[in-house]
Design a protein around this ligand. Structure first.
Ligand code: F6R
Length: 609
């Protein structure tokens, strides 16, 4: 979703802004632009389309020598993705340029107010009003003007402003949208995410809601909403810059799929001490598990699918009721949650608006909250009572792969600790589970060897209109993720069903040649799954079966293709069955010529409701 970048320092701003915008492309966008102080005014260059189109346009402007500027990638919400609606937006007097991520909810009211004050509204965006409001409130001090401007705004925003009257500085602020400041030497950057600042520095400050920041070449000053200066901690990026590069792979997605053994190892290793899960410092103490009434897991998309696996495993190992729910529904359904409950939110980015809203709702109702998050110091990490980090490293492809795998690993660790604390798992059983979790990276490595098989199957089935995924128990949770991955990457319609549910309607969609992918990794449910597969086969379906059950010899009549994955405990099998499914989705997408790293209409960081 929209990306903000800003540069001020010793180099020409345009190349710095463009490289930063390229690094934010993964967030998803449909137009882009930059603004620079030039000749006493502000030059704005913007276009619908890709950053490459912006680069071409910039070339027509000749020498742009400014060493300060702001840039933006827009993911359209209010108004079509057009040149006019692209950011930056200029104020009526042309002296203020603004870029914005998020949504100004009261922009219609503000438009009316501004019209009354003589302003002409020229775009369909919610952002334009902010430029005019800022101009109205500007009396020579951009920080003051920002403090005053945000008082008018309802909604969510990260904002960066360039003022022609103070040409060597950027002023920015945020509410419910990510914003960091990269602190370099004689040059500083602002950005929505870390990769955009790495050309200048690995040191960064995380801006908190309501803080206003002045950034110039000489330094960074952070103010609270009263205009008082605030001391901020400087964080340092711990991963290597190359982690955010393709490193010889054709796409980020396949690179990230191949990185999964490391992502899981880095997540699990620091959390297993003396053969047991060590989660005390994440806010997950034994006392909490002993007394907890219900666990709520609330998140979005693939993170919810990791939560669904977590539900099955936790209910099985710890016998605690787990309610896994879409975050966008959670806060509107008057959730039955209180001080006796634990709410776990799962998020790669830690900035997903719906997940944050659910987290705040759970906290407001007195529940204990824990965030399972990949991005260090992100909003969810800072706001939850406890945080369990996944260490997947930067994930650039929009469709999550390695962060999802790391989330699954976190789910298993929590389930084992909870089982141990509640006495539903003996110490010996808990140790055995931990050893199996610790062995997952190696098993994932072995599973990745199915890459060529999946590429071949993708070439056979990439022309399908519709694909079905089946599974029971943990395989059903895994099937839901497999289906999402395929549809978002390849744009093929797909659905996931619990094996037993087919006969209640869906089976009418199965016809000659329909592809059904059956996940069969729980030996206890194998026979039942086989019956379900027989019923689709009898109606002409083609079947790909994925199994981790080594002794299982499926009847060749029901299975057109068999993918064997390494044997492992059924509870952990989603971590392995997931691998061929990701590879299948990836290669089907590639085969169909889709932009697999940046699927249409999708954004990496979904910061609007
Ligand atoms: C799917 C995908 C999304 C995210 C969802 C939550 O491949 O990536 O469904 O899982 O948008 O995002 P986070 O985990 O950042 O909260």
């Amino acid at each position: 979703m929209c990306g903000i970048v800003g540069y001020v320092g010793k180099s020409r701003a345009v190349p710095m802004l463009l490289q930063g915008l390229h690094k934010l492309e993964y967030r998803g966008y449909d137009s882009a632009g930059v603004a620079l102080p030039e000749g006493g005014g502000i030059e704005v260059i913007k276009t619908s389309g890709r950053i490459d189109d912006l680069e071409k346009k910039v070339k027509h402007y000749g020498e742009l020598s400014a060493c300060c500027g702001i840039g933006h990638t827009r993911w359209a919400t209010h108004g079509a993705p057009s040149d006019l609606n692209a950011h930056p937006h200029l104020s009526q007097g042309g002296k203020v340029a603004i870029v914005h991520n998020g949504i100004i909810e009261n922009y219609m009211e503000l438009r009316e107010m501004l019209r009354g004050a003589g302003y002409r509204i020229t775009t369909q965006t919610d952002t334009e009003v902010v430029a005019h409001l800022f101009e109205m409130n500007y009396h020579g001090d951009a920080v003051r003007a920002m403090v005053e401007t945000v008082k008018y705004l309802r909604g969510s925003y990260a904002l960066a402003v360039l003022s022609a009257d103070e040409p060597g500085q950027i002023v920015c602020t945020r509410r419910d949208n990510p914003l960091i400041v990269g602190v370099g030497e004689g040059e500083n950057m602002i950005a929505s995410d870390i990769p955009a600042i790495l050309a200048v520095t690995k040191n960064y400050i995380v801006i908190a809601d309501g803080e206003v920041v002045r950034v110039d070449a000489g330094g960074v000053t952070v103010y609270n909403s009263l205009g008082e200066t605030v001391e901020k901690e400087i964080n340092t990026v711990t991963w290597d810059v190359s982690a955010a590069e393709k490193g010889g792979y054709e796409h980020f997605m396949i690179k990230e799929i191949m990185e999964q053994p490391k992502a899981v190892r880095d997540t699990v290793q620091p959390r297993i001490k003396d053969g047991m899960p060590a989660l005390d410092d994440c806010g997950l103490s034994d006392a909490l598990f002993e007394n907890v009434r219900n666990i709520h897991i609330t998140c979005c998309g693939s993170a919810l699918h990791a939560g669904l696996v977590g539900k099955v495993v936790r209910e099985k190992l710890a016998r605690i009721p787990v309610i896994a729910q879409v975050a966008s529904e959670f806060r509107y359904c008057d959730p039955i949650i209180g001080p006796d409950d634990l709410c776990i939110v799962i998020s790669q980015s830690g900035t997903t608006a719906d997940t944050l809203a659910a987290l705040r709702e759970a906290k407001a109702r007195g529940a204990r909250t824990v965030a399972v998050v990949n991005v260090v110091a992100s909003d969810a990490a800072r706001e939850a009572d406890g945080v369990l980090y996944t260490w997947a490293g930067p994930e650039i492809a929009v469709a999550t792969t390695k962060a999802y795998s790391a989330q699954l690993a976190a789910m298993y660790l929590i389930a084992v600790r909870a089982g141990l604390a509640r006495g539903t798992l003996s110490e010996e059983a808990a140790r055995r589970c931990c050893a199996e979790i610790a062995a997952l990276p190696e098993l994932i490595e072995r599973t990745l060897a199915c890459r060529e098989d999946m590429q071949y199957l993708a070439s056979l089935y990439s022309n399908r209109q519709s694909i079905f995924f089946l599974g029971r128990g943990i395989d059903y949770a895994a099937a839901q993720e497999a289906s999402l991955k395929l549809k978002e990457i390849s744009y093929i319609h797909s659905e996931a069903y619990a094996g037993g549910e087919l006969k209640h309607g869906t089976i009418s969609l199965i016809e000659d040649g329909t592809l059904v992918v059956a996940l069969c990794c729980d030996p206890a449910l194998l026979e039942k799954s086989v019956s379900n597969i027989k019923s689709v086969k009898a109606r002409g379906a083609k079947v790909i079966m994925v199994t981790s059950v080594a002794s299982f010899q499926p009847d060749p009549e029901i299975c057109d293709h068999l993918i064997r994955i390494p044997a492992c405990a059924a509870e952990l099998s989603a971590s392995l069955s997931n691998i061929p499914m990701q590879l299948f989705a990836y290669y089907v997408g590639v085969h169909r010529g889709c932009d697999v790293d940046k699927p249409r209409n999708l954004a990496k960081s979904v910061t609007v409701e």
